[in-house]
Design a protein around this ligand. Structure first.
Ligand SMILES: Nc1nc2c(c(=O)[nH]1)N[C@H]1C(S)=C(S)[C@@H](COP(=O)(O)OP(=O)(O)OC[C@H]3O[C@@H](n4cnc5c(=O)[nH]c(N)nc54)[C@H](O)[C@@H]3O)O[C@H]1N2
Ligand SMILES: Nc1nc2c(c(=O)[nH]1)N[C@H]1C(S)=C(S)[C@@H](COP(=O)(O)OP(=O)(O)OC[C@H]3O[C@@H](n4cnc5c(=O)[nH]c(N)nc54)[C@H](O)[C@@H]3O)O[C@H]1N2
Ligand SMILES: [Mo]
Length: 760
């Protein structure tokens, strides 16, 4: 290979000095306040505030620095001294700002005033809160309630989220889509279907007892770095880690603990993965099928030779259904299909199966690599099949661990932000608030996008997020979004969604998680639920970024009070004055989950909501856990053909979703740009492109819509043949809204069929 064909690679372990440099550079880039470090020390501890980044749990025995590179960046970003004030608009128009990058938009700093769009000047202008609430209410009341949507992005706490959902239902719809519709909805639907639980089954103690972690498409180094600490401890105990991922993720290769003085000064690394299997995107069904085939074969040998059974026969008999059919499909699967669909050899899968069989207790971890496919639910069913062969659900040290995204994304679902009416205890709402809750299901994100395109969605209220940038078919969305009668964005920073204002458009700036939330009865706490279903209180200590900010809860209540008729059982002012009263309502609505909510708010590590499948109680219609039989060995929704590649949209370690902190993705070895296309050198030959060529991707789907993204620089990379990768959110113009998981409608962002063309 010539010098020019050199493969780009990630460098350095996760953690270590690289993470401190990463934090330092965001600190400079964001102009974070000099006292930001004091704030970081209070993070994720009782009495402090809960990280506003990801949903990884907080241990009971917290350390002095209970934060990670990712969380520190998110906090620094929020604690910037930069402000996007009304004067910012003196020199800018909305249309001119469309040429700015996401990074430049957010770097304008924290929003300081409620702002209303003026179409004549093409600018946002400051407005007072009462006017904003009144006009938003007027616009919403002029519509059929079915045409308004209330989105939430997983940032807001349980109290504001409960009231947000209540407001939508009092107004008259269940149109409450959430960011998890683009994320772990596959879990909410697919995992629930097979084990009766829409969330993971493990708790913190299980991490300390397990013998093996199997990682399928989750990247802790970038997306949940605090996970690396229990992984390091597990490795010390001799536990094994086996990873399936098309891309080499540095955090799954090695870790230097930034909290350990010895590790830092000596550079001592903990090797994370014992086995790293670079499968093709969408290859998990086949890979797991191959492992199951090895396990079943080994069990047959054991039976023949009179040895101990490999399968947990008792568990399978007592707790599951569908095993015989699944067994038949394992026996029928051909190794040639398994190898070609997974991109892995029979021998590699034997190695993985051996590690699986050697472990008494196994945890299956997964993330977007399983959920964001056309057959993402099939992926999850397969992982559960594998775990159940040896009874690895609902016993110590074993279980299934979906790693959730936003800090309260799981909790928002728990307290009623749900578009599906049957997930909400409507009888409780009816008796508490004396109204008739809507019974019709609302829209999820895919249906919302379809509704925006066909014009049936006429108003959107967004509690957090940058929805326009996060959804599939982004280009088609931009025009449709701006056709709405009303857009309301409750935000902390300026983002692209603000630049496509509806006929009436508001940006409502809210407090950040680290800031003091002062109300009539004093400073308020909020609460969040993490990936392990632990609920923790959070109290901000910082002076708010502007005196004009309101809390998310106060903004929701402000809109609701203006919007809805008087109801003696609905006391918006009292609830804003004292959030403990909202927690009482949550407890009354969900008594099993939130028993003694206010008393338990600050228990170290949080209090446990309880998950039935953890106790081997299966809340499926069959009252059993289900083995599922896949109808094909791939989670892709398309077949290979010459010139067609499978595009995986990825995250850099310098971004939080649509928030781009900077352009240094050291874990992937990409510096100074995000406009890259990662390709296997073999594929480069096939496509007749060379390193440095500028290409465009065109979505390879015949539905009459032209989807293309140019300006991408070809970068040779260690990635399986047939799979190419580029960054999210830039690639969202390429993801067709119709390309989603069949069961849950989660967009298939990890496997988009594309062609490669020369650009320019
Ligand atoms: N720093 C940072 N932290 C974050 C976020 C962020 O953007 N930045 N986002 C937050 C949110 S909302 C979420 S949902 C989580 C997301 O966290 P993750 O679930 O980790 O999501 P991704 O990084 O999108 O993808 C995970 C991994 O899947 C792999 N993958 C892709 N396709 C396949 C496949 O077909 N099979 C397998 N086995 N693997 C595949 C990718 O290479 C990648 O390593 O992180 C949260 N935390
Ligand atoms: N192609 C592709 N598309 C994807 C994905 C992918 O992997 N590939 N991932 C999907 C996933 S997993 C998700 S979760 C979505 C995420 O998509 P979004 O919901 O858009 O992501 P956020 O990070 O919530 O959005 C960032 C904005 O939230 C606002 N914000 C930040 N903090 C707060 C706060 O405390 N309160 C309020 N009210 N606002 C705040 C800021 O204004 C900021 O601009 O994108 C999805 N889209
Ligand atoms: Mo997410």
């Amino acid at each position: 290979m010539s010098q020019d064909d050199e493969i780009t690679e990630g460098h350095g372990p996760a953690g270590g000095w690289g993470s401190l440099k990463g934090i330092a550079s965001v600190s400079v880039e964001s102009s974070a306040s000099p006292t930001a470090m004091d704030t970081l020390r209070r993070m994720n501890k009782p009495g402090g505030f809960m990280c506003n980044s990801c949903a990884w749990p907080k241990p009971k025995n917290y350390s002095a620095f209970e934060f990670c590179e990712n969380g520190a960046k998110a906090v620094m970003w929020e604690l910037t001294r930069d402000r996007c004030t009304p004067e910012f608009w003196d020199d800018q128009t909305v249309h001119a700002l469309r040429s700015w990058t996401d990074h430049e938009l957010e770097k304008t700093g924290r929003l300081t005033h409620p702002m209303r769009y003026n179409p004549e000047s093409d600018r946002y202008e400051a407005v007072d809160w009462d006017t904003a609430f009144r006009e938003i209410a007027r616009e919403l009341n002029a519509l059929d309630p079915e045409s308004a949507v209330f989105y939430a992005s997983g940032h807001a706490g349980l109290e504001a989220s409960y009231l947000y959902a209540l407001m939508a239902r009092l107004y008259g719809n269940n149109n409450l889509p959430q960011s998890s519709n683009m994320c772990h909805e596959t879990t909410s639907v697919g995992l629930k279907k097979v084990i009766g639980s829409p969330v993971g089954t493990i708790v913190w103690e299980d991490l300390e007892q397990t013998d093996a972690f199997f990682f399928f498409g989750q990247n802790p180094g970038t997306n949940s770095p605090r996970f690396l600490h229990p992984l390091k401890d597990a490795k010390k105990r001799g536990a094994k880690i086996v990873t399936f991922n098309p891309i080499i993720e540095q955090g799954l290769v090695a870790f230097v603990d930034p909290q350990s003085a010895i590790d830092m000064t000596t550079g001592r690394e903990t090797k994370i993965s014992d086995q790293y299997h670079q499968l093709s995107a969408g290859g998990d069904v086949a890979a797991i099928m191959g492992m199951c085939k090895h396990v079943i074969d080994a069990d047959k040998v054991a039976q023949r030779e009179g040895g101990a059974r490999i399968l947990d026969v008792e568990f399978i008999e007592q707790h599951t259904q569908g095993f015989d059919r699944f067994l038949a499909s394992v026996e029928a699967a051909e190794w040639s299909d398994i190898e070609s669909r997974s991109g892995l050899s029979k021998a590699a899968l034997k190695e993985a199966a051996d590690a699986y069989m050697a472990a008494e207790r196994v945890i299956g971890v997964y993330g977007m690599g399983l959920t964001q496919h056309t057959h993402g639910s099939v992926n999850i069913g397969m992982l559960v099949n594998l775990l159940m062969l040896r009874g690895h659900i609902g016993r110590p040290g074993a279980g299934v661990c979906p790693v959730r995204g936003h800090s309260n994304v799981q909790g928002q679902r728990t307290v009623g932000i749900a578009e599906k009416a049957d997930l909400v205890p409507m009888d409780k709402l009816r008796s508490l608030f004396q109204f008739e809750p809507p019974t019709k299901d609302g829209v999820n994100i895919v249906e919302m996008v379809e509704g925006l395109i066909d014009g049936s969605v006429k108003a959107s209220v967004c509690l957090g997020g940058n929805l326009l940038r996060a959804v599939p078919d982004q280009q088609r969305m931009e025009d449709s979004w701006a056709r709405q009668n009303l857009t309301v964005m409750i935000s902390t920073k300026l983002n692209r969604s603000h630049l496509y204002p509806g006929k009436t458009a508001y940006i409502l700036p809210c407090l950040g998680r680290a800031e003091v939330d002062q109300q009539a009865t004093g400073p308020q706490a909020i609460s969040t639920e993490d990936s392990f279903s632990m609920i923790s209180g959070s109290t901000g200590h910082r002076t708010p970024a502007s005196e004009h900010l309101k809390s998310e809860l106060a903004i929701v209540a402000g809109i609701a009070k203006a919007l809805l008729p008087e109801n003696p059982n609905v006391k918006w002012d009292d609830w804003v004055g004292d959030y403990a009263r909202v927690r009482d309502l949550i407890e009354q609505t969900y008594p099993d989950d939130f028993r003694n909510y206010n008393q338990r708010l600050f228990e170290p590590g949080g209090f446990y909501r309880g998950i039935a499948a953890h106790e081997r109680i299966w809340e499926t219609p069959e009252k059993r856990a289900l083995f599922t039989t896949p109808d094909k060995l791939t989670s892709l929704g398309f077949e290979p053909r010459p010139g067609r590649f499978s595009l995986l949209t990825m995250r850099s370690n310098d971004q939080f979703n649509t928030t781009v902190y900077g352009y240094s993705d050291r874990f992937h070895g990409i510096e100074g740009t995000r406009d890259v296309l990662l390709m296997n050198p073999e594929d480069m030959k096939q496509a007749s492109v060379e390193k440095g060529d500028v290409v465009r991707l065109v979505t390879d789907l015949d539905d009459g819509v032209d989807r293309r993204l140019g300006g991408l620089v070809v970068t040779p990379y260690r990635i399986p043949v047939g799979t190419v990768a580029s960054y999210y959110p830039e690639c969202n113009v390429l993801v067709p809204v119709s390309h989603h998981d069949q069961l849950s409608k989660t967009p298939g962002s990890k496997s988009v069929p594309v062609r490669i063309e020369r650009d320019g």
